[in-house]
Design a protein around this ligand. Structure first.
Ligand code: PHE
Length: 367
């Protein structure tokens, strides 16, 4: 630490000389200041009331100076004081500016680094085919409806003309929700086994005429094998108007199959049974693999069974009579198709489980 010498000579030259020494000491100290603690020590050394350099200068120089020299000494002490204060102020600014620089430097980002590449996802093939089927019917003027996956016995069975305890219920291996025994049977909850309950739900809300497709997930107590899954997807269709005939059903589905599989595909209709359609049919398409000649895929028949359909049973309309569905005035057709089955045919997928395993190598083929 710099000590303040006693003055022996008061000539301007010797006064300038001691002041210059002090300023040199001040400069030398400012160079080595690194942080706030350094700066505080520096400030106190020069400005402290007790034993600070300026205090000592006041006492040993100014107070001790003989009368005639006081003016010259006083001028230099004031000058010195101004220089010391300026140096302390500058040093403060420098330390704080450099710590702000350090903060900025620590937060520096190199925006020229390449980012993390995330592969772009694609629509799942089941969804894609479902959307494709829906689009074919939208183009024919159909609107799209939805309904709940947890259904009541009433909508899934009773209103579709499956009477309680009717054996036709056994064709749908239903997953029932437990603990419903206290409820009347029509209110008991189950996982819908088909999208057909949305037929009734839609007709309750909307009077005829009606043209609607209903895409959705359905559940059955089926063990998983190459072509069955306990959860799968269907697209249901319903058209109700005056004078709807079986011809309309055939023409509509034939057009839809040509839109989905190409214009050379043929359709045929075989008698079948569903409680909610009369007459009922299974629709088959000419084998899309062999063109109808017969191959392993179509078991040499040349045909592949694809969906269930039929004319809406008048008993079904009776459940929504109050909303304008008078079966003596209107008629309609309905159909239901499995989306996975159509997707498997379209993309030649060998096992249904491939759709659910989430294997990227399988899914990225649909990109
Ligand atoms: N709901 C029937 C099923 O899942 C398919 C179907 C729908 C049949 C509409 C006729 C009319 O098997």
């Amino acid at each position: 630490m710099y000590s303040v010498p006693k003055l022996e000579h008061y000539s301007p030259e010797s006064l300038d000389h001691v002041v210059a020494d002090l300023l040199a000491a001040l400069d030398a100290e400012t160079v080595v200041l690194r942080n706030d603690a350094d700066w505080k020590a520096f400030r106190d050394r020069w400005l402290a009331r007790k034993n600070g350099v300026l205090t000592l200068v006041n006492e040993t120089w100014l107070k001790a100076a003989p009368g005639p020299a006081k003016r010259e000494v006083g001028r230099r002490v004031n000058e010195l004081k101004a220089r010391v204060e300026a140096a302390i102020g500058d040093a403060h600014n420098k330390i704080h500016a450099s710590s702000a620089d350090a903060l900025l430097a620590a937060e520096r980002l190199d925006i020229t680094l390449p980012g993390i590449q995330r592969p772009i996802g694609v629509k799942h093939p089941v969804l894609r085919v479902m959307d494709e089927i829906v689009a074919v019917f939208k183009a024919m003027g159909y609107s799209v409806g939805e309904g709940p996956e947890v259904e009541t016995d009433y909508y899934n069975f009773e209103s579709l003309n499956f009477p309680p305890n009717h054996p036709a219920r056994d064709t749908q291996d239903t997953l029932l929700i437990a603990g419903q025994e206290h409820k009347p049977s029509r209110d008991r909850l189950l996982l819908r086994t088909h999208t057909s309950p949305v037929q009734i739900r839609t007709m309750e809300k909307q009077p005829p005429p009606l043209r609607i497709v209903i895409p959705g997930k359905v559940h059955r107590n089926d063990p998983l094998d190459a072509t069955h899954s306990p959860i799968f997807h269907q697209v249901e269709g319903l058209a109700v108007d005056t004078n709807i005939t079986f011809c309309d059903l055939k023409g509509t589905l034939d057009h839809a199959m040509k839109a989905l599989f190409g214009s050379s595909v043929k359709t045929r209709f075989y008698p079948s049974f569903f409680p909610f359609t009369e007459p009922s049919a299974d629709m088959q398409v000419s084998c899309i693999f062999c063109g109808g000649k017969g191959c392993r895929k179509c078991k040499n028949s040349g045909w592949i069974e694809l969906l269930g359909c039929g004319m809406v049973d008048p008993n079904v309309f009776d459940f929504v009579k109050d909303n304008g569905y008078d079966s003596s005035k209107i008629s309609g057709f309905a159909f239901g198709m499995g989306v996975e089955r159509i997707a498997m045919l379209k993309y030649e997928v060998e096992g249904i489980q491939l759709f659910y395993e989430g294997d990227v190598r399988f899914l990225e083929q649909f990109a």
